[in-house]
Design a protein around this ligand. Structure first.
Ligand SMILES: CC(C)(COP(=O)(O)OP(=O)(O)OC[C@H]1O[C@@H](n2cnc3c(N)ncnc32)[C@H](O)[C@@H]1OP(=O)(O)O)[C@@H](O)C(=O)NCCC(=O)NCCS
Length: 157
């Protein structure tokens, strides 16, 4: 039997002045790019396939992230359909002087596995081991249904 692949990743980065916006805090665009890379690492590590980003759910910048803080993303494959998967990312920051940790964002990114012709390909199904994983899977399934509904309701013109 094949060994199950890792479905989580933790990635940290120190916030440096090059990441700042006009106010001197971390730029939202930089954070979005980092979240996308974290989701890619988490998803690709799980399935070993090439992935593209299909959607990034609304990201709320509830609190600023400051230069000098250590940003850490805790990512997990929440849901796997046939060719798509949802990766949830919890973002925290740590003030390295005081040790104070803040939860600044949570976001959900949907990725699709593709082949060389860029057609969707199947992802190994997610085996759910415990109640926590089952809850995350079911919540992700609800979000997926909302996304599909939202997309279908859009006027394509
Ligand atoms: C991702 C891509 C290959 C999917 O192609 P497609 O022809 O739409 O493929 P499908 O209709 O088979 O959908 C693929 C998966 O996405 C899911 N999906 C499609 N639209 C969705 C939506 N609005 N919400 C949630 N899931 C959706 C499908 O349910 C399917 O998942 P499943 O196999 O687990 O059920 C194609 O949309 C693409 O190339 N997009 C551009 C990706 C990209 O460039 N990303 C970077 C952006 S800068």
């Amino acid at each position: 039997m094949n060994k199950e692949r890792e479905r989580t990743v933790v990635m940290s980065e120190i916030m440096v002045p090059q990441m700042a916006n006009f106010l001197g805090n971390v730029h939202g665009g930089w954070l979005l790019g980092f979240l996308d890379r974290v989701a890619y690492v988490c998803g690709a590590r799980y399935c070993g396939l090439t992935l593209v980003t299909l959607s990034v759910d609304q990201v709320f910048f509830k609190e600023p992230i400051y230069v000098g803080e250590l940003l850490t993303c805790y990512a997990c494959v929440n849901y796997v359909g046939k060719t798509s998967m949802e990766i949830g990312i919890r973002v925290t920051t740590e003030n390295l002087k005081t040790g104070h940790i803040r939860h600044t964002n949570t976001c959900y990114i949907t990725m699709v596995a593709i082949d060389k012709e860029q057609h969707p390909v199947p992802i190994p199904p997610l085996v759910l081991h415990n109640e926590d994983e089952k809850r995350r899977f079911n919540e992700a399934l609800e979000r997926r249904q909302m996304r599909l509904k939202l997309y279908k309701n859009k006027d394509p013109s």
